[in-house]
Structures are given as structure tokens and as C-alpha cells.
Write a protein that binds this ligand. Structure first.
Ligand code: NAD
Length: 383
């Protein structure tokens, strides 16, 4: 095996940051077969409390944050609202129970105004990405700390990414003020998640993993997290099809969501998320389901550019991970076509035009994307 020596120019420096300028990236591994590319690594502080039954510790976590006037944002369909309200009772300034996917701007503005009027000093969210997203929308302007109690596998609780929808467009961005300070995972809260939410939500977490594996800001830790999250999710989801009340498998999916969100929160998003945000914003499609349908097709597109990650996920997704994902979706009752979600030819062509030339390991134009999305629309096997 041949190696290409890496050459670097002297360090560039900006205040507080020193970065080697890589002029010739390595292209092959050495005799060891191991290849470590140059990377930057920067950890962000977040406290994670994980385990069945640990929702009871939220009161102590609120005290640890020093909060006195809490706004509880609780999805009424998620279990645990009453337990949480009791846990923070003496510090509860406002109980808010209206949440919606893709966070409509009008809803965010009302919740923000209520938070300001109540003089809250912190936000506790209970629910899936919709509840976490509403807390993030309030934190974006106010800088209020968030304690998130996730009840799906969306992974939003570990990222600095926010999204809001107005008209037919979804506005997304990244801001450290919206990254929760504390996350309490209690897998028992997900025991009642219906199968039609469980499977797509697991695929939402896996979409974060693949995005992190090929994102420009990936590093060895984000890749390791992504691979282990994929391994755990691929093992846990089929177990839940057999027994939705399997706490270990539920723990496995929340652990996967934790790793996936951490990896995505550091590595960043790309084509997969751009497509889903465009589709979701235009048609108000269910976010996790959209990720589930699109993911195998984007993995098929990028597979040829990723022999390293293809080999790393092969033990649990098979030699063709795109087909492995698609088959896992079929076995798990997860949607595999966008038509079923409400998309049509015109919308996928519009989306293909909007997201063309998004940076991606395999460069994409509108024609390539239209072909990819047509396959996703019809539910074809990824190719
Ligand atoms: P969601 O929060 O809407 O939850 C899905 C459904 O499950 C809803 O009907 C909800 O009421 C219900 N539900 C939630 N928890 C439940 C429980 N334990 N038991 C029974 N029902 C329960 O959807 P989601 O897929 O969790 O999140 C999607 C949203 O999150 C989108 O708005 C998406 O943009 C956002 N998101 C953001 C990021 C990020 O990093 N910013 C990452 C992933 C998702």
C-alpha cells in the first residue's frame, strides 16, 4: 500500500485559536491499515443524566442550575408531565403545553412573550424534537438555560441547531445559546411511543449519524460516536418490533440518540438534513418519517465516497449500508416512500432545485437530486 505524505504550512493563528493549514490531505493509510486524518477537537459542556426512572432527579438538576422560576414546556402526549411539574413545583413559574413540529414562528413568538411576561429564568422541556425545539426558539433570543427531557429519539437535545417555520419555509441555524445545559434521559418515558413514531425516530437518529460521518467538521470522536450509535440503533429497533416494552432496547435507542445528537452537534449537517428541512418546510411532512425515507438514498449516493465508513458499518448494516437501511425500514414498518407522506413530483423537483450544489462528498446538481428524490418518492430500492 502506498502512502501520500501530508505537507503543512506554518500554523495560522486567530485570537485564541491555532490551526495548522493542511495543504495536501493524506489519501491512503500506512502499512498499519490505520488512517487518521488531521482534525480539530473542541468539547462543549453539557451534563447528561441517563437511566430508567431518572426523571425523578430533574428537581435536583434544576437546583444544580440555580433556577428559581422555571417554564415547563411539556408535550401533553408525552408521559411524565405531572411528575415533572411536581418535581419543580416550588420553582414552577409557567406551565406551557402547546408544541408543534417544525416550530411555527407564531407559536414561538407566543411562547417567548409568555416566558418574558412570567419572568422565567430557565426552561425545562419534556417531549420530542417539537418540545425541545420550542425551548430552543425561546432560548435563541433570551439566552435562558434549557434542561431537556427527551421522549423520542430525535437527538435535538444535544445540538446547537434550531429551526422555525414560517409560510412554507423552514429557517434553521446554529447558535450555542440553544444547546441545552442539561439533558435527562429516562428511557421509560419512551415505553409508550407508538410504533409509527418509534421506527422513524430511530431513523432520525441514524440520519444524524451518517451526516456526522461525512460532515466536513467531523473528527475521530464524532465518527466513533456515530458508528456506535448506528450499531446500537440497528440492534435495538428490531427488538422493539417484537416487544415495544423492552426497556433495554428503549435504552439502546435513547443511547443511540444521545451519541447521534452529540456527533451531529459537533460535526454539523449537510445534504440529508437540507433535503428534509426543505421537504418539511414546504409540506409540513413528519420530520422523522422524512429522514427515514430519504436516508437510504443519500447513503447510496455517498457510499462510493466513503469506503472507510462503509466498512465500519458493514458488520451490522451489511456490505451495502443503503440497502441495509432500506431493508431495516421495511422490516420495522418504517415508511420507504415520500408519496405516502404527501409529497409529489412537483415538490421533489422544486426541492431538488433548491438544495442543488449543497456541499456533499459526492457533488450534486439538480438532475442528480431529482433522480434521487424520484426514487425516494416511489419507494424504490436505493441505488
Ligand atoms: P415530535 O416531538 O413531534 O414527536 C412525535 C410525536 O410523538 C408527536 O405526536 C408527539 O406528541 C409524540 N410523542 C412524543 N413523545 C412521546 C411519548 N413518549 N409517548 C407517546 N407519544 C409521544 O417529533 P420528533 O420526531 O421527536 O421531533 C421532530 C422535530 O424536532 C422537528 O421539528 C425537527 O425539525 C426537530 N429536530 C431538531 C433537531 C435539531 O438538532 N435541531 C434534531 C432532530 C429533530
Amino acid at each position: 500500500m502506498t502512502t501520500t505524505p501530508m505537507t503543512t504550512t506554518p500554523m495560522t493563528t486567530t485570537p485564541g485559536i491555532t490551526t495548522p493549514m493542511i495543504t495536501t490531505p493524506p489519501t491512503a493509510s500506512g502499512a498499519s491499515g490505520v488512517r487518521i486524518d488531521p482534525f480539530d477537537y473542541e468539547a462543549r459542556p453539557v451534563r447528561v443524566v441517563f437511566g430508567p426512572g431518572r426523571i425523578t432527579e430533574v428537581g435536583a438538576e434544576v437546583d444544580r442550575l440555580g433556577l428559581r422560576r422555571v417554564m415547563l414546556i411539556a408535550d401533553p402526549r408525552a408521559p411524565g408531565g405531572e411528575v415533572l411539574a411536581a418535581a419543580v413545583a416550588s420553582r414552577l413559574a409557567l406551565h406551557w403545553d402547546e408544541v408543534a413540529q417544525h416550530v411555527p414562528i407564531a407559536l414561538a413568538e407566543r411562547a417567548h412573550a409568555a416566558a418574558v411576561a412570567a419572568g422565567v429564568d430557565g426552561l425545562v422541556s419534556l417531549g420530542g424534537g417539537a418540545a425541545t425545539g420550542l425551548a430552543k426558539a425561546i432560548a435563541l433570543d433570551t439566552g435562558l438555560p434549557i434542561l431537556a427531557v427527551p421522549t423520542t429519539y430525535a437527538g435535538s437535545e444535544l445540538t446547537p441547531v434550531y429551526g422555525m417555520t414560517g409560510g412554507r419555509r423552514k429557517r434553521t441555524g446554529s447558535d450555542e445559546r440553544v444547546r441545552p445545559a442539561v439533558v435527562v434521559y429516562d428511557p421509560e418515558l419512551t415505553l409508550g411511543l407508538p410504533p409509527e413514531v418509534t421506527g422513524p425516530s430511530a431513523f432520525n437518529a441514524m440520519a444524524h449519524c451518517f451526516a456526522a460521518l461525512w460532515a466536513p467538521h467531523r473528527d475521530p470522536l464524532t465518527s466513533a460516536l456515530a458508528v456506535d450509535a448506528l450499531r446500537t440503533a440497528a440492534a435495538s429497533l428490531p427488538a422493539l418490533v417484537d416487544d415495544p416494552a423492552d426497556v433495554q432496547a428503549r435504552s439502546g435507542l435513547q443511547y443511540a440518540a444521545f451519541l447521534a445528537g452529540t456527533a451531529l452537534g459537533r460535526a454539523g449537517t449537510g445534504l440529508q438534513h437540507r433535503i428534509c428541512h426543505e421537504l418539511g418546510g414546504r409540506l409540513n411532512l413528519p420530520h422523522a418519517d422524512t429522514h427515514a425515507v430519504v436516508l437510504p438514498h443519500v447513503v447510496a449516493l455517498n457510499g462510493p465516497a466513503g469506503p472507510d465508513w462503509t466498512a465500519r458499518v458493514a458488520p451490522f448494516l451489511g456490505p451495502d449500508p443503503a440497502v441495509g437501511l432500506w431493508e431495516l425500514a421495511r422490516r420495522s414498518g418504517v415508511p420507504t416512500d415520500l408519496a405516502r407522506l404527501g409529497a409529489d413530483d412537483r415538490v421533489v423537483r422544486d426541492v431538488a432545485g433548491s438544495v442543488a450544489h449543497t456541499p456533499n462528498p459526492v457533488p450534486v446538481d439538480a438532475v442528480v437530486l431529482a433522480t434521487l428524490l424520484e426514487r425516494a418518492l416511489k419507494g424504490d430500492v436505493p441505488a
